[in-house]
Design a binder for this molecule. Structure first.
Ligand code: XLS
Ligand code: NI
Ligand code: NI
Length: 440
C-alpha cells in the first residue's frame, strides 16, 4: 500500500508547552472532560472535498497551487482510488475518527447516471474494504447537486422537472452508499436551492417542490432502512443571492410548515452563520432550543470578507461558545464536528493539511475544556436564572402559567407606579468569560 504523507508521523498529544507544529497542544483524545473522552465529545471529521479535492484555486487564480502527493496521477479512476488510500492514511495519522463526502468527491461523474453509479460502486467497494482494518468511519454523506451545469437553476427547485428527477436519482444513490458505508447522518445543503430574481421565479412552486423532494427522501430512507439522521445545512446566500435555507430559524419554520420537522435536524456551519449576520453561537442556540441541533460544520469566516471563506476554526471564543451549546444539548449523538474548511491558497504544502486540522482540533479541545468548566461552575446559569426570576413568582408566574390576560395585566400595572429593572451586566459577564478562557 502506497504511503502518501511520508514526512508526517502519527500526530501525538504533546501538551501546552510544545512548539511542534505536528503535535496536539490541547487535543488529548483519551482525556476525560465532563464525564466523556475528548474524542467522543468532539467527533471530528475530515471533509473530503476540501482536503482531497481542492487544489488551491480562487476566482483570480484558476491554476491550483496545492502540492499533493497524488498530483502525478492522470487517470480519473486511479486518482479516485488513490484518494481513498490517502484519506484513510490522513485520518489515521491525525487520529480523526470520521470523514464526510459528496458523491462526486469520491468518484468522477461520467456521461450517464448509469456509468457514474458504476464508478461510485467501485470506489465505495474500495472504501468498504479499507474500513475493515481502520477505525475511521463515515460521519455523513451528501450529494453534489450544484456543480454540474444542469443544476444552474437549482436541483429540487429547478424550473425543469427533468432536473428535479436527476437530483432525486442522485440523492437516492447517495443515500444508498451512505447506508452501505455505515454513515451516521445524511446532509442536505441546498447548493443552488434559491433564486437570483423574482422576475423569473415561482417561489411558491419552488418551495413546495423542495418540500416534496425532502418528503421523498424521508420515504426512501424508510424503504431502505437507513436510520442515519437527516440534516439540513442552512446558508443565507452563495451561490444564489437568496438561498431558501437562509438560517436556523428559516429552516425550522420551513420544516414545520410542511410537516417535515420530525425527520430533520440541522447541520450548523460557523461561516454560514456569519454570512447570515448571526453569530455561530446564535445559530447553534436557535437550533438547540428547538431540539434541532444535529451536527456542526466547524470552520470560520473572515468578517472583512463577505463570502464563505471556509477557514480552519482557530477562534477560541467561538469554539468555547459553540461547545457550550453542544454540552448543553447533552453532547452529540450521531453528529460531530466536520472540518468544512480548506487551507489558504498560500498554504500549499501537504504538511499544511495536517497543521490546519491540528489547529482546529486544538481550538475545539480548548473550547470544550473551557465550556465544561463554565457549566460546572454554573455562574452564568445562575446569573441568567436570577435575571428571569420575576417569572417564578407572583404576576410573572401567572403569565407563564397562562392564568392572566391583557385585562388582568392592565389591572396589575394601573396603580403600580415606577417599574424597577436591573442592569444586564454585559461587560461583567464578558470579563467572566475572558477569565475562564485565560485560566483554563
Ligand atoms: C457549502 C457547504 C457545503 C456543505 C456540503 O457552502 O458548506 O460544503 O457542507 O454540501
Ligand atoms: Ni458546510
Ligand atoms: Ni460552507
Amino acid at each position: 500500500m502506497a504511503e502518501y504523507f511520508k514526512n508526517v508521523p502519527k500526530i501525538k498529544y504533546e501538551g501546552k508547552g510544545s512548539d511542534n507544529p505536528l503535535a496536539f497542544k490541547y487535543y488529548n483524545p483519551d482525556e476525560v472532560v465532563a464525564g466523556r473522552r475528548m474524542e467522543d465529545h468532539l467527533r471530528f471529521a475530515v471533509a473530503y472535498w476540501h482536503t482531497f479535492q481542492a487544489t488551491g484555486t480562487d476566482p483570480f487564480g484558476p491554476v491550483g497551487t496545492a502540492v499533493r502527493p497524488w498530483n502525478h496521477i492522470t487517470d480519473p479512476m486511479d486518482l479516485a482510488k488513490a484518494k481513498v488510500e490517502a484519506c484513510f492514511e490522513f485520518c489515521e495519522k491525525l487520529g480523526v475518527p470520521f470523514f464526510c463526502f459528496h458523491d462526486r468527491d469520491i468518484a468522477p461523474e461520467a456521461d450517464t447516471l448509469r456509468e457514474t453509479n458504476k464508478r461510485l460502486d467501485i470506489i465505495v467497494a474500495a472504501i468498504k474494504d479499507r474500513m475493515k482494518d481502520s477505525p475511521v468511519k463515515l460521519l455523513w454523506g451528501t450529494t453534489n447537486a450544484f456543480g454540474h451545469p444542469r443544476f444552474t437553476h437549482g436541483a429540487s427547485t429547478s424550473p425543469h422537472a427533468e432536473v428535479f428527477a436527476y437530483a432525486a436519482a442522485q440523492v437516492k444513490k447517495a443515500m444508498e452508499i451512505t447506508k452501505e458505508l455505515g454513515g451516521q447522518n445524511y446532509v442536505f445543503w441546498g447548493g443552488r436551492e434559491g433564486y437570483e430574481t423574482l422576475l423569473n421565479t415561482d417561489m411558491k412552486l419552488e418551495l413546495d417542490n423542495m418540500a416534496r423532494f425532502l418528503g421523498m427522501a424521508v420515504d426512501y430512507a424508510k424503504e431502505i432502512g437507513f436510520d442515519g439522521q437527516f440534516l439540513i445545512e442552512p446558508k443565507p446566500k452563495e451561490p444564489t443571492k437568496h438561498q431558501y435555507d437562509f438560517d436556523s430559524a428559516t429552516v425550522i419554520g420551513f420544516l414545520k410548515t410542511y410537516g417535515l420537522d420530525p425527520y430533520f435536524k440541522l447541520n450548523i456551519e460557523a461561516n454560514h452563520a456569519t454570512l447570515a449576520q448571526h453569530t455561530f453561537q446564535h445559530e447553534l442556540h436557535v437550533a438547540r432550543i428547538n431540539n434541532m441541533l444535529g451536527s456542526i460544520d466547524a470552520n470560520q469566516g473572515d468578517l472583512l470578507l463577505g463570502w464563505d471563506t471556509d477557514q480552519f476554526p482557530t477562534n477560541i471564543y467561538d469554539t468555547t461558545l459553540a461547545m457550550l451549546e453542544v454540552l448543553k444539548m447533552g453532547g452529540f449523538t450521531k453528529g460531530g464536528l466536520n472540518f468544512d474548511a480548506k487551507v489558504r491558497r498560500g498554504s500549499f504544502e501537504p504538511e499544511d493539511l495536517f497543521i490546519s486540522h491540528i489547529a482546529g482540533m486544538d481550538a475545539f479541545a480548548k473550547g470544550l475544556k473551557v465550556a465544561a468548566r463554565i457549566i460546572e461552575d454554573g455562574k452564568f446559569d445562575k446569573f441568567i436564572a436570577e435575571r428571569y426570576s420575576s417569572y417564578t413568582t407572583g404576576i410573572g408566574k401567572d403569565i407563564v402559567e397562562g392564568k392572566v390576560g391583557f385585562k388582568e395585566l392592565e389591572q396589575y400595572v394601573m396603580d403600580l407606579g415606577k417599574v424597577e429593572i436591573k442592569s444586564g451586566k454585559q461587560e461583567m459577564l464578558e470579563v467572566w468569560l475572558n477569565s475562564y478562557i485565560l485560566e483554563e
